[in-house]
Every structure is written in C-alpha cells, then in structure tokens.
Design a protein around this ligand. Structure first.
Ligand code: SAM
Length: 455
C-alpha cells in the first residue's frame, strides 16, 4: 500500500507552488496525498516567515501536531519553506518531535531526507542555497495538473534591499529558470487542458536580467502569449522599480495577458519609502501607474501597504491614505509592520510605533479601501465580463464563482459543471469584495445543455 502524505501550506502563491512540487517529488517516492492528517505517514508544514505572525503560527501548529506523532508510531514530521530556511537546526531544538527541516531550495532532497529518517532515525537539516537554476527543475517535468489553472515558477529569490523584507534571506538571491524550460512546461500544461497560468517569482520583472542569453520578462511574456491554446496569463510579484516601459507595453499588446497588475507600493510617504529602501519616490511610482493606465485603461491595480513602519508619523501615514484615494486601487493587502530577523530595519530602527496605533492605522487603511473597492465594483454593474469559474461560491448554495480577467471575483447562479469553463456574464450587483453576475447563456460557446442544469 502507498504511504500517505499530508501537507499544510502557509503563505504566498510561491509556497502553494512549492507544495505542489513537494507532492510531485514525493509521489515519485511512493506517497499519495491525503486530506486527513491523522491518516498520514508523512506530515509536512510548508511555512512563511514574511511577517512575525505567520512565523508564530508555525510553532503553535507544530505544538498541536505532537499528538499525531504520539499516537502513531513511524509517523515522520517535517518543516519546509521560509521558517525552515531561517531557523534551520534551531527548529529541531525548539520542537523535539520534529524529524526534518528542508529549506526553500531543497525540495528535491526531500525523498532522500525522509528515507534517512526512516532508516536511521537521523534528523536531517538541508538549508543550502544554490545559484544554478536546476534546483527548481523536476527531472520528469511537471507530472501533476489540477484543473485548468496552474502556477509556474519562472524565478526565485530577490536582489532588492528593502529594509523590512526577509525574502532575500530566506529565498536567496535572484535565480531565473531557463526560458526554454518554462515554455516547455507551459506547453505541456496546455496540452493537458490548462488555460490559465500564473507566472511566479519574488520579483518577476527582473526575470532573466542576470542570465546571459535569456529574454527579458516582457519578451518572455510575449513568448508565453503565443502558446496555442493558452487563454490567460497572470504574474506576481512585481517590484515598482523594475516596471519597464516594455512590460507596460505588454499590457497594451498581448492578447492573453490579463489586465491586472499587483504593484506593491508599501507607503505613500517619500521619507518612509526611503527608510524602507524601496528605490522609488511616490512621484516615480505614480508616473509608472499613469503610463500603464494610459497604455491599458482597463487595467486593474492592487498593492501591498505596510502601516506602522519605524518612525511613521501621523502625517506620513496620511500620505498613504491620500495615495490610496489618488490611485483608487481595486484591491489592497495591508499589514502592520513587524521586525524580521536579519533585516536592515530590524537592525537599525526601533519598532517604535505602538501596537494600538498600528492597529488603528490598519483599520483606517482598510476602511478607506473598502469604500474605494465598493465604488469601483459598483461601476462594473451592467458590464459584460468573462470569468473563469474555479469553484463553489463562498456566499450561497447553488452559486459558483470565478475571476474576471482583471481579477475581480464574480458569484453567479449556476451548476458546478461550469467549473473550469470560461463563462460570459453580465454584472448585476456589487459588494466591496466581490461582484454578482448572471450567465449570458446565449453567448456561451460550450455545451448549452449545461443551462438545463440551473435551477
Ligand atoms: N516582492 C514584494 C515587494 O515588492 O515588496 C514582497 C512580497 S512579500 C512576500 C508580501 C508583502 O508582505 C510585502 O509586499 C509587504 O507589504 C509585506 N511585508 C513584508 N515584510 C514585512 C514586514 N516585515 N512587516 C510587515 N509586512 C511585511
């Protein structure tokens, strides 16, 4: 009988992709995935350490998992991802029931590490970084495909020096995969029914810059766009400093590139941006957005905001609120600053903004953004959109939900057989978080029999 693997994933899409790879690597070692932790022979936690809260969650989760080791002999428990990379051996000391620790570059070593634990009760730790991109490749290629959407890593690591950010310390320096391998992977995904890819990297905009003979990110997008059968291309994350004119142009010219850009600004105040070492001013950031909106007026924008960065005055914080009003993002992700180990800001600044002030600023940012999102969503009412349906709605039985090209969630009444289909809809309602729509059955180009399934 095959052994069972349970994986719990925290954090970003990169971590979700890594968990898929873990599943794939371990399937070759004879494991099948299970949703039941109590039935698993191998239990893995894939972690995130971008913010302190995420890291603390790891320790409480590992504590609560001790019972599974106690009840069932031979269960192996491991930790991967950014906390594993950051803590290494320390994790083993702090969590005595843990068997192995594998860093962000070491997924390919997992089968060997599990075997070591099984045969010799060793407690291996693998947290080396590699400069050659081969650590991101699977010798057998991508063997697992789930549905019609897929993540594809194009690069890892980051060479930026943002003072708050732990990513370069836990993901390493920038390494780009070969464009030939990326294209081959996407072609093989498309051949197996994938119609939407999300290209992943910590700073995708600087893809290829350090690798002789590789295209720029904008050129890579052009090559991906010409893959027959692929309908939608998304990517994340972009650093504003590297949003090149060519990339802006790609939004205007590439048919399959979805009109949505996530461009983390972090703060609206120049002094804070400078302390964050972001490498751009508010004016430069706004100029890039203006150029993008000029070339692609329908583009939706989202961003990340940090409140309570060391020394952030009320006036500086208000500059961020003003920026939100000025840009009118479609969506934001907002966080209270937390000092991270090894980062410059943790070394040179006191975390001097009181927790209550951080919380208050977070609430104010989120309240303002809710108003903006609601206003922008209401403007969509009456419009026609195409959504890619990805599953049941979280709101109501009988509804399914999907995303528009510019990344808005739309809930529609419809059968589950619409899942994985591109569906034309008319927008009929809006909240701050999502839209409501109705299917335009006469415009559907798939089996109209599905219509009969609707109640
Ligand atoms: N590459 C992205 C960028 O351009 O900054 C960083 C992605 S990071 C994984 C996601 C977000 O977490 C960041 O954009 C930032 O808003 C937030 N973040 C990172 N470090 C943080 C910290 N020390 N405290 C609070 N939020 C943080």
């Amino acid at each position: 009988m095959k052994k069972k693997l349970y994986i719990q994933t925290y954090g970003c899409q990169m971590n979700q992709y890594d968990s898929e790879r873990i599943g794939q690597v371990m399937s070759r070692a004879g494991y099948v995935q299970t949703n039941r932790i109590d039935a698993a022979d191998l239990i893995l936690l894939n972690t995130c350490s971008v913010r302190d809260k995420a890291e603390q969650k790891v320790y409480s989760m590992l504590g609560s998992w001790k019972q599974f080791k106690d009840y069932s002999e031979g269960v192996i428990m491991g930790v991967g991802g950014c906390v594993a990379q950051q803590e290494g051996e320390k994790l083993l000391k702090r969590v005595p029931h843990l068997d192995l620790v594998f860093g962000t570059h070491n997924i390919h070593k997992l089968p060997q590490m599990v075997e070591q634990v099984r045969t010799s009760r060793a407690r291996p730790v693998e947290i080396s970084f590699y400069r050659a991109p081969s650590y991101m490749e699977d010798p057998d290629g991508r063997t697992q495909v789930h549905g019609v959407k897929a993540f594809v890593t194009i690069m890892q690591g980051c060479n930026k020096v943002c003072s708050f950010c732990i990513v370069p310390h836990v993901r390493g320096r920038e390494v780009s995969r070969s464009s030939a391998n990326i294209i081959a992977e996407i072609e093989s995904l498309v051949a197996r029914g994938v119609i939407e890819v999300m290209l992943l990297g910590q700073n995708v905009n600087s893809y290829g810059k350090l690798t002789a003979g590789e295209p720029s990110f904008a050129e890579l997008l052009g090559r991906v766009d010409s893959i027959e059968g692929l309908k939608r291309i998304r990517f994340t994350t972009s650093h504003p400093q590297d949003l090149s004119p060519e990339l802006t142009e790609a939004f205007a010219t590439l048919d399959n590139l979805c009109e949505h850009l996530h461009l983390p600004v972090q703060s609206g105040a120049d002094a804070v941006l400078s302390r964050m070492r972001r490498g751009y001013t508010r004016r430069e950031y706004l100029a890039r957005i203006e150029r993008l909106r000029d070339r692609c007026p329908q583009v939706a924008l989202s961003t990340d905001i940090i409140v309570g960065f060391p020394g952030e005055t009320e006036a500086e914080f208000e500059s961020t609120l003003e920026l939100l009003q000025q840009v009118e993002y479609d969506e934001i992700f907002s966080f209270m600053y937390s000092p991270r180990p090894q980062t410059v800001s943790a070394k040179i600044y006191d975390d001097d903004i009181l927790e209550d002030i951080k919380k208050d600023r977070l609430t104010r940012v989120q309240t303002l953004q809710r108003e903006i999102s609601l206003k922008k969503n209401r403007q969509r009412i009456g419009e026609m959109e195409e959504i890619l349906v990805d599953g049941p709605s979280k709101l109501k039985n009988g509804q399914v939900r999907g995303r528009t090209r510019n990344n808005r969630i739309v809930n529609i009444m419809g059968p589950e057989s619409l899942v994985d289909q591109l569906v034309p809809v008319r927008i009929t309602g809006a909240t701050a978080n999502s839209l409501l729509g109705e299917v335009l059955w006469d415009k559907c180009n798939f089996n109209s029999q599905l219509e009969g399934d609707t109640a």
